[in-house]
Structures are given as structure tokens and as C-alpha cells.
Ligand binder design. Sequence first.
Ligand SMILES: [Fe+2]
Length: 315
Amino acid sequence: MKIKEIYNLAIQMGIKADFRGGEGIKKFLENKRKQYEKMDEEEKEEFDKEALENPYLDSRIYHIAEDKEVKKVLVGVDIEPAEILMAKEIGDIDLIIGHHPIGKGLAHLADVMDLQCDVLNFYGVPINIAEGLMKERIEEVARGVNSKNHQRTVDAAKLLKMNLMNSHTPCDNLAAKFLKDLIEEKEPERIGDLIGLLKEVPEYREAMKIGAGPKIFVGASENRCGKIALTEITGGSEGSPKLFGKMANAGIGTVIGMHVSEEHKKQAEEANLNVVIAGHISSDSLGINLFLDELEKQGIEIIPCSGFTRISRAK
Ligand SMILES: [Fe+2]
């Protein structure tokens, strides 16, 4: 497979697993096109045209030094200049694949957060409330990433002539879909049952060995789960803490997340919501693995690095 084929596969798999469905993604892109068509010439010039085709602007190809057939990839959760140097040292890496966005993917991280409005709406939160509260949070994230040194890793890849891409939200979508299917199939009754179920997932089992396994952040093992929502797995970054009260009103009993901040925890406690943290890097690994299985089936060799634990389900 060539780099562009691998990248397109990630985007297509992300769309297939997306809470919005194919139709929802089509509408999202159509809306982007409408916005673009209303722009004046100067605004059109500045507009990132990839937004018209790609619903995941936090996932990009950053550098193609040599457009070759990819046989071996180095894959990590966070790719920084150190990982680029590692790839060079290993010697025969055809492509480096990161998870968390860098470069213009990081600059556009807030763009994918719109997805959370649809996820919340899917679980019963009225769309006007989801959009209203997410708008503030999306703006906050956009300001937060603005100060970052976006191009540092991309510059390293250019200097060392390494091919570099990342897949963030497509992989997080795969993890969210996997967990949603698992929970719908097993229907855990109490929080303890839910934790037990998560601990059966190999990525979480591995994380437990280093003390980073699934944990109850709010609630207790004997609490009943009620309606379980996967609102904090995909969609770029954490949502608004103010949403927890609205989620409880919408009938959600338990939220599964990758990670939550203290402010979110406080709000969840006040709303009597249970919060189960599956684990950050382990959930990232789960989504990356589901994508990489397709590369493995194509005969591509995978070298994991930077916190990523490779577990194959390709057989
Ligand atoms: Fe992550």
C-alpha cells in the first residue's frame, strides 16, 4: 500500500464507525461546502480546502519524503522528534504513523469536536443544548492549541526525510464503536460488572499491569449503570463539564471516558452520574489496533512505540 492509500483507509474506517453515520458525515461536509461558497475571495484563499473532503481535520499526511510501497511502519501515540530519530535509527521504516495530532492536524483539533454534539444527541441530549454548551468548549480548545509549537515534529520528519501521517479521530471512532458494541452485547448491570467487562479487553488488561487499567472515577462498584453513554471516547478532546447535568436529565446513568479533569468529576458527582475511566493510552491503543489490523492483513509489518501497545485481531 502507498501512503495515501493507508491514509484514505483510516478516514474511510473512521467514517464507517462514526456515530453520525455516512449520511451525517455527508451533511457535515455539505455544510462546510456551503460555508466555503459564501466566503469572499480572500477568505477562500485562506480556507483549508481539505475540509471539503475530510471530516477529520485532526488526521493528516504531514510529509511525504518518498512515495514508496509501505512494508514497515513505526506507530506511536505521540510522535515527537525523538520518535522520528528512532525511526531513522531502526533504518527501514517506510512510514511513521502517530495518533495524537501534530502540525496542522493539531491546529484544527477543535474542528472534529462538532462530532460530540451528535454523540450527545444520539444519547438523548437535545441538540440545541449540546451545541450551545459545546460551542464554548470548542472555542476554548481552539484557543488552547493555538499556543503550541505545531510544526516541531513535522520539521524533524522533513529534515530526516521520513514519511509522516497521523490518525486521531478515525481511530477514536473505532474504539468508541468497539466499546459500544461490547456493552450493548453484554449489558452490564452494575458498575463492578462494567469494570469487569472492560478488564477483559486485552488493551485494558495490559494497562492494568502498569496501574493504568479501568477505574471508577465517580460512583461505586455496586451502583447500577443505568443507560451507559460513550460520550467521552471520541470527538477530539474533553467536552464541557456543564454537560453532565444535562446528560443526567437526558436519562444517562453512566459515562465511559478515556480521561476526565477534576472539574468534570465535580460536575458528574453533583449530577449523580457514574463515571468510569477506561484509560487514555489504552483506549488510544485499542482504536489504533483496530485500524492497524487492516494494514497487517496487507502484509505490513508494525513496530509499536511511544506508549502504543500492539494487539492483533487480524487473524
Ligand atoms: Fe488520546
